[in-house]
Design a protein around this ligand. Structure first.
Ligand code: ATP
Ligand code: MG
Length: 537
């Protein structure tokens, strides 16, 4: 446990300290990537409880994903010790669920209501769908002002991370929970708003000062994550289009030897994948000839596989890189943005499990359900037996984790459990879509496929409008700012898309970055001694 008390804020810089120790009332923390948002948020909660006589049980911290909620809980526990358990840490969906568990009758639900996957037949009063976890609490709160008072009294301190990603329903829920002059602390970065396709609207962030009276705004501008060249490039890529007037991002440390950004112009996707493999090989020191352990011994090592991430706009780009890395024996872990419930057969299996009843370890019931469905396909079902068995295989680890608890199993699926979980400790190169990379950081990042049409994404016959381009630019910004020490960007001259090989040009987003920040790799200039040095971390 870290020291609590006067030393609590010592680990923050001056502006982080201002944010963490600000008095009650609406507080907006506008903070760019790598400026220590989670650090500031957790320290604020710990400080209020330790120093300002705030009771932990009156604190409600809301995040968007389960992973972020777990991370927050973990960091609070290490700062506050056991009293951290009294802080409510929730995702918007789990918050809605806990309200419904208390107020089920007002929503016309049975006490033992369950959450369902969409093909399932709705049984009125017993089964609700995921979206209802927000819409039903809203209906109850709209109709019962006394309940609004009750929840406001229970959670008089509300904290929301990644506020730029709230959608209309979540925003309305927050307005119920926090009065206009309430102790609401919202933290986020409008320039990292990348979820409008899911209904998020950055306008809620931008209107905070109008929505909440006498609000205080604190900006964090010191970036602790990335090297100076990476920060300079990322700033140039976003500043002229920024949603934050006067946005700044200053490096916390300036290292004159920090490498420039490696830029590689590939002939095609295969060449690009080979470039990634070659560079990984250089970074970890000749992996094709030595085992990992030997590598560490030989070079005294700075880079291991777990330090490296490959980021891309669409999942389809991962295959060439996965294959190329696998060929030379590099372990990889891939995390897509896909959710379990979106995979063919998954929700039908969940429905069949529930219908078939029974008890015992879930893994075995899952196999029986798959067998039953193959023999007796449900009406209107569009998947093949193969898809069904792969769905069962995909669900098996979750079935094991949930033991016999069918409700937990189904709740995990419908509430958006992702297909591949990410293990930050795994000794493997991580492959991620840009959306899935949000909030994460890696010493070495490859941002591949920096091409017009891919990033920004352009679908045939459907040109993106200005808002879509702006969001794609923010996605590019999110990608650049995941890197701590070494960043590589690449683009291919030709790529297979929509059924044919197409000519591609580099994304216009790259043109905003000063060419002096790039180290052009793989081009014919002779290797100068400095280039070699630039490759070292
Ligand atoms: P993003 O917008 O990408 O989610 P963030 O603002 O949440 O970024 P964090 O991930 O909290 O940033 O912090 C980035 C890195 O900077 C972390 O490794 C964190 O430990 C470090 N950091 C933050 N504040 C400080 C500080 N005052 N001193 C030293 N390191 C810090
Ligand atoms: Mg963060």
């Amino acid at each position: 446990m870290e020291e609590v008390g006067t030393g609590l804020l010592d680990r923050l810089d001056a502006m982080q300290r201002v944010a963490a120790s600000a008095p009650g009332g609406p507080l907006l923390i506008v903070a760019g990537p790598g400026t220590g948002k989670t650090r500031t948020l957790t320290h604020r909660i710990a400080y209020l409880c330790a120093e300002m006589h705030v009771f932990p049980e009156t604190c409600l911290a809301i995040t968007f994903t389960r992973r972020a909620a777990e991370e927050l809980r973990h960091r609070l526990a290490s700062l506050m010790g056991p009293v951290a358990d009294d802080v409510t840490v929730a995702t918007f969906h789990s918050l809605g669920l806990s309200i419904l568990r208390e107020q089920y009758a007002l929503a016309g639900l049975a006490a033992d209501f369950t959450i369902t996957a969409e093909p399932e037949e709705a049984i009125p009063g017993r089964v609700i769908q995921l979206d209802d976890l927000i819409t039903l609490p809203l209906e109850i709160l709209r109709a019962h002002p006394s309940l609004v008072d009750k929840y406001r009294a229970r959670w008089s301190w509300v904290f929301v991370d990644e506020y730029q990603d709230v959608d209309a329903g979540q925003y309305e829920l927050l307005r119920f929970l926090a009065p206009p002059d309430g102790n609401l602390c919202a933290i986020g970065d409008p320039d990292q708003a990348i979820y409008s396709f899911r209904g998020a609207d950055v306008a809620f962030f931008l209107s905070f000062a109008r929505d909440f009276v006498d609000s205080r705004v604190v900006r964090l501008t010191r970036n602790y994550r990335s090297s100076a060249p990476i920060i300079a490039a990322a700033s140039q890529a976003i500043t002229p289009w920024s949603l934050v007037p006067g946005r700044r991002m200053d490096p916390a440390k300036v290292d004159l030897d920090a490498p420039l950004i490696g830029r590689y112009s590939a002939s095609g996707a295969q060449d690009e994948a080979d470039f990634v493999v070659r560079t990984v090989d250089e970074l970890v020191g000749g992996l094709s000839h030595r085992s990992r352990a030997d590598t560490r011994g030989v070079t005294g090592v700075t880079v291991s596989f777990s330090d490296i991430a490959v980021l891309y706009r669409t999942d389809a780009q991962a295959a060439a890189v996965v294959d190329a890395l696998a060929r030379v024996g590099v372990p990889v872990q891939k995390r897509s943005h896909d959710r379990l419930r979106d995979r063919a057969g998954v929700t039908a299996l969940a429905a069949e499990l529930r219908l078939s009843g029974g008890s015992g370890p879930l893994a075995a019931r899952l196999r029986r359900a798959a067998a039953a469905l193959t023999e007796r396909p449900a009406l209107g079902i569009t998947f093949t037996p193969d898809e069904l068995w792969s769905a069962a295989e995909l669900l098996s680890p979750l079935a094991v984790r949930c033991g016999e608890d069918l409700e937990r199993f189904i709740t995990e699926i419908v509430s958006g459990q992702e297909v591949d979980a990410l293990d930050p400790r795994a000794e493997a190169v991580t492959l991620l879509t840009l959306h899935a990379a949000k909030g994460l950081e890696f010493p070495v990042v490859f941002l591949i496929g920096c091409e017009d049409g891919l990033l920004p994404m352009r679908f045939p016959g459907n040109p993106p409008d200005d808002a879509a381009i702006a969001e794609e630019r923010r996605l590019f910004f999110v990608g650049l700012t995941r890197a701590q020490k070494r960043l590589y960007v690449s683009h291919a001259a030709r790529r297979f898309r929509y059924g044919s090989e197409r000519e591609c040009s580099p994304t216009p987003f790259l043109a905003a970055i000063d060419s002096g920040l790039f180290d052009r790799l793989g081009e014919t200039e002779p290797v100068r001694p400095r280039d070699r040095q630039l490759r070292l971390l």
